[in-house]
Structure formats: structure tokens, C-alpha cells
Write a protein that binds this ligand. Structure first.
Ligand SMILES: C[S@@+](CC[C@H](N)C(=O)[O-])C[C@H]1O[C@@H](n2cnc3c(N)ncnc32)[C@H](O)[C@@H]1O
Length: 165
């Protein structure tokens, strides 16, 4: 975001924020329009506690199921996901349909030309390109740790930036 000079007033949504520490880092960096959602009320409560402890007041938090987001959740310049698409993909109950719903929700909440940053330890770069092939194009691959095994090398984590077309 720094490299591409994303303005500090860009609206940022952290999908499945967990303990909210990503929001804290963004706010400390200077981002002024930052929202975190999680479907777990206890995760949102934990984020709230951490944000208060950090003395930050301008972070928005909402309990929301991203697979069924409220209409108010829209118009974001940037959406960030670290581990939430993975968690949704591991749902034993109709994960294929849930992944489809996720892509639909993302299309709804992100502005045209907006960026989607995803970090996954469940899917490879190629699989993510396939999952987000409709309505999104790869903008950049972010560096992640590499490992070698049996003469071949790979990444244990994929981190990609997509742009909504
Ligand atoms: C692996 S954790 C990642 C948390 C955080 N992004 C991080 O990097 O530490 C996945 C998070 O996604 C949330 N989550 C899973 N499914 C969700 C959904 N359908 N809508 C909103 N949040 C969801 C979980 O409650 C959990 O906090």
C-alpha cells in the first residue's frame, strides 16, 4: 500500500479481523478510514479491547457474516483478508458454495478498480487465481517465505493483490 501510494483516507475493510491487530497497525500507520468485520462477536469484543488499550478511537468494528453482508457494507477502496477465505474454505458444510458466496460478497463491497489483498496458507497462487478469476485480475504477487523439498521449491503461504475490473 505504501509502494503504490494508497492515500491514507482510502477506505479499508479487514475481512475476518480476528483480534484486530491488522487494523491497529493500519491506524498507527495513519489510515483514517479503517473497518474490521468478523462474524464472531467475541472476536469483535477482543478487537475492541485491544483498540481501546492502544488508545485508538477511529477504527470501526462490526459483527458481520461476510457470506451475507449487510447493504451498509459497501464502497471500499481496499479489502484485506488474512486467513478468512482459508477458514471459509475449510467449512465442512458446502465449502464450494461458500467460496462462491465469498467472491460475490467481495464484488459487492469493493469499488471498481479497488484492491483485494489476500494471504492464504491453504491455497496456492494458481488456485487463488482460479478462485478469483471472474471480476478480478492479478495486480501483484507479494513475497512470502520459500522452502525446498525433493529438489523442488515452493511457498508455504501465498499473498496476492487483485484489482476489481
Ligand atoms: C484464521 S482467522 C484470521 C484472523 C485475522 N485475519 C488474522 O490474520 O489474525 C479467520 C477469522 O475469520 C473469521 N470468519 C470466518 N468466517 C467468517 C465469515 N463468514 N464472516 C466473517 N468472519 C469470518 C473468524 O471468526 C476468524 O476471526
Amino acid at each position: 500500500m505504501q509502494k503504490h501510494k494508497i492515500p491514507l483516507d482510502a477506505s479499508v475493510l479487514d475481512i475476518g479481523t480476528g483480534n484486530g491487530v491488522f487494523l491497529v497497525e493500519l491506524a498507527k500507520f495513519g489510515f483514517s478510514d479503517v473497518t474490521g468485520i468478523d462474524y464472531s462477536p467475541s472476536a469483535i469484543q477482543l478487537s475492541q479491547n485491544i483498540i481501546e488499550k492502544e488508545g485508538l478511537s477511529n477504527i470501526k468494528l462490526k459483527v458481520e457474516d461476510f457470506l451475507n453482508p449487510s447493504t451498509k457494507l459497501s464502497g471500499f477502496h481496499i479489502c484485506i483478508d488474512k486467513g478468512t477465505f482459508d477458514a471459509i474454505s475449510l467449512n465442512p458444510d458446502n465449502a464450494i458454495e461458500k467460496r462462491k458466496q465469498y467472491v460475490e460478497s467481495l464484488s459487492r463491497v469493493l469499488k471498481v478498480k479497488g484492491f483485494f489483498l489476500i494471504t492464504s496458507c491453504n491455497w496456492t497462487k494458481e488456485e487463488l487465481l482460479d478462485e478469483f478469476s471472474e471480476g478480478f485480475e492479478l495486480f501483484e504477487e507479494l513475497p512470502t517465505p520459500k522452502f525446498s523439498f525433493g529438489g523442488r521449491s515452493g511457498n508455504s503461504v501465498a499473498a496476492l493483490v487483485f484489482q476489481k475490473t
